[in-house]
Write a protein that binds this ligand. Structure first.
Ligand SMILES: Cc1cc2nc3c(=O)[nH]c(=O)nc-3n(C[C@H](O)[C@H](O)[C@H](O)COP(=O)(O)O)c2cc1C
Length: 231
């Protein structure tokens, strides 16, 4: 918007300057104007200047290449921790939903996630169960003991947690809660509140899937982002 206004002001300034120069030339000679028809070579030079000017105007008024490239969609990482396979199944369905909505998404077991990789992720969905007596699943123990023992700055990471558990256990959804607390502690940005799933509760799972971006919602976000960038 500002760019267009600036260009228009420059155009107005140029036209005014040319008018002033024209008036000065007109008042320069107080003798009789030479009214003979210009020679052919003068006509030719004038035509070339006119065409060059027209080409210059056309070239400078072409739509400039956008300074803001279209928003790229972030890659979603769906990280799961499972003992008996339920979290992995929900992770598969989550990735499928995201991909059907036009998102880029990949599924990763938590034991394949290192801290330096996590720092690079933009959008992460954790789907984790609790095993034993409030313990992480076996393949998540190393993550809990090493990565979650650190205090990195995860402020660039947007996350959500789906905690699978069973309220008949004392430490209901303990690992999901610990993970959520750690993510908050290290400054990660929570996209929506943690959802606890009691013994596979379908209503809680529905809430999880409803919280994922739909295609239409993504389009609105893209449009808003493009608008915000072009301001
Ligand atoms: C041996 C065992 C221990 C469990 N311990 C807990 C627990 O401490 N807290 C809890 O909320 N759920 C506990 N659960 C329930 C599981 O977290 C729940 O069934 C979950 O959906 C399993 O997901 P998964 O198949 O991805 O591991 C336990 C389940 C089993 C079989």
């Amino acid at each position: 918007m500002h760019g267009r206004l600036d260009t228009q002001l420059v155009n107005v300034f140029c036209l005014m300057s040319l008018s002033v120069v024209g008036i000065l030339f007109a008042t320069w000679s107080d003798g009789v104007w030479w009214i003979a028809t210009p020679r052919a070579d003068r006509w030719f030079i004038a035509m070339i200047i006119l065409v060059a000017f027209a080409v210059l105007i056309w070239w400078s008024s072409r739509k400039p290449a956008s300074a803001h490239p279209p928003p790229t969609r972030a890659q979603w990482r769906v990280i799961y921790a499972t003992e008996t396979g339920f979290a992995e199944e929900i992770a598969k369905q989550t990735v499928l939903r995201l991909q059907t909505s036009g998102e880029l998404a990949e599924r990763l077991p938590i034991d394949e996630v290192a801290l330096d990789a996590l720092l690079q992720y933009e959008r992460v969905l954790f789907i984790v169960s609790t095993a034993g007596q409030g313990d992480p699943p076996e393949h998540a123990i190393a993550f809990a003991d090493t990565v979650m023992a650190e205090s990195p700055d995860l402020s660039g990471v947007h996350y959500a947690v789906l905690a699978l558990g069973d309220s008949s256990y004392d430490d209901y959804c303990a690992f999901g809660r610990q993970l959520d607390q750690w993510l908050q502690w290290v400054g990660a940005d929570c996209m929506f509140d943690r959802i606890d799933v009691d013994d596979g509760d379908p209503a809680a799972l529905d809430r999880w899937f409803a919280s994922l971006p739909s295609d239409s919602m993504q389009k609105i976000c893209d449009q808003q982002r493009t608008k915000a960038l072009s301001r």
